[in-house]
Design a protein around this ligand. Structure first.
Ligand code: PMP
Length: 382
């Protein structure tokens, strides 16, 4: 051995690929690849962030007390049972790290969030992938994957990259079907975008059950992705275990103040939710109109739509064509979604621009097809 050897399970990890912000040739274009808030950040959060610049020499409060108290007040929770992380990404890692290890199994769905696999493999656990039902989370398929070695189940609701939603009854059925020693992590990164009064009952389970952790984030609706603030809620023993391995100061002082201010800006959140609902509906309808070209929108409850390309225009061609038109979206060939693009709901102009570009691409592909058919027909006849 000539150099330190990483653990074998670490080398089994495919590194996370973030959404891109520039094109292949380095042009900066509209970024619809990471499900950020197109309306920006609440003004009060930005002001609180700037104000915190006066005390940079001190460590932040390691307990994140102001954030936990503000969250507890807003959601009617026990502040002592809130854990925070450097984004909810860190909380997901804490959950896998505290409750799984070499030889254990961690279940998630095929079209799921990429961090679950990384978090599972990092501990030496074996990822177990449950098949989806037409892109949606299939509770029966997850339950069928459970073995004696299962320790953690990750379910994002709404799911990323599909945007699909598991109903309250289905979540309850999933929870009821899991042994008490299996941790069910319900990832609510997109919970704020769910239509109307829908509630999957996850937070109620986190309040009452001993094996449910709900994770949430300030990165999406609250417009604070840059500050990396996520949190989780669950039974005290779950939180206690995760505290033992978390980084002591992973939430910056500016982030803490910005998060508290963002929670207070109800008008911003309501506006962002209404904007997303309106334009998500419009966007999905417009994709529906391109159905004859093989495009299909997977029903979404999040701030993005997964568009499937099942006709002549391929996912890859659409991805490149959108990039040429000035829009970067998410193409996920490595997740078995070479035929799909996950597109963040942007501003009105951005939504209209993406649809216009897709219409143009389908028209051109259709014209090319007709041309090719005429040519091929010509050759055959000739
Ligand atoms: N869960 C899901 C389902 C996500 O899509 C994301 C963001 N890509 C996260 C968790 C992590 O977000 P953050 O770390 O910014 O809180």
């Amino acid at each position: 051995m000539t150099a330190p050897q990483p653990k074998s399970w670490i080398m089994g990890i495919a590194p996370y690929v973030p959404g891109r912000a520039t094109t292949d040739d380095g042009r900066k274009v509209v970024k619809l690849s990471s499900n950020e808030n197109p309306l920006g950040t609440p003004a009060a959060a930005r002001a609180a962030f700037l104000e915190a610049a006066t005390s940079l020499e001190r460590y932040p409060d390691a307990s994140g007390a102001i954030v936990r108290e503000a969250l507890a007040a807003k959601h009617g929770l026990d502040a002592a049972r809130i854990i925070y992380g450097n984004g909810s990404d860190e909380v997901l890692h804490l959950a896998a790290g505290a409750f799984s290890g070499p030889g254990d199994e961690v279940i998630f769905v095929h079209y799921g969030f990429a961090v679950y696999e990384i978090a599972a493999r990092r501990t030496g656990a074996v990822p177990v992938i449950a098949p989806d039902a037409d892109y949606a989370t299939d509770v029966d398929a997850i339950l069928a994957c459970v073995t004696d070695r299962t320790r953690v189940v990750f379910v994002a609701n709404p799911n990323n990259p599909t945007g699909t939603y598991v109903t309250r009854d289905e979540v309850a059925r999933l929870h009821a079907g899991l042994r008490a020693d299996i941790l069910l992590v319900l990832d609510h990164a997109y919970a704020e975008y769910i239509e109307g009064e829908l509630d999957d009952g996850g937070m109620e389970l986190a309040r009452t059950a001993s094996n449910v952790l709900v994770t949430r984030t300030f990165s999406k609706m609250y417009g604070l992705a840059a500050e990396r603030i996520g949190w989780g809620y669950g039974a005290a023993p779950l939180i206690d275990a995760m505290h033992r391995i978390r980084l002591p100061f992973s939430m910056t002082i500016a982030g803490q103040h910005a998060a508290v201010a963002a929670l207070g800006d109800i008008a911003f959140v309501e506006h962002a939710r209404a904007h997303n609902a309106e334009w998500r509906r419009w966007f999905a309808d417009e994709i529906g109109k391109l159905g004859n070209a093989g495009l299909r929108a997977v029903p979404s409850q999040a701030n993005f739509v997964l568009v499937l390309f099942e006709g002549a225009l391929t996912g890859e061609a659409a991805y490149k064509g959108l990039m040429d038109a000035g829009y970067i979206v998410r193409w996920l060939p490595n997740q078995g979604l070479a035929h799909g693009l996950r597109i963040t709901i942007g501003t009105e102009d951005e939504c209209r621009g993406v649809i216009a570009a897709l219409r143009d691409l389908t028209d051109r592909t259709g014209a090319q097809d007709a041309h090719a058919a005429a040519r091929d027909g010509g050759i055959e006849r000739g």
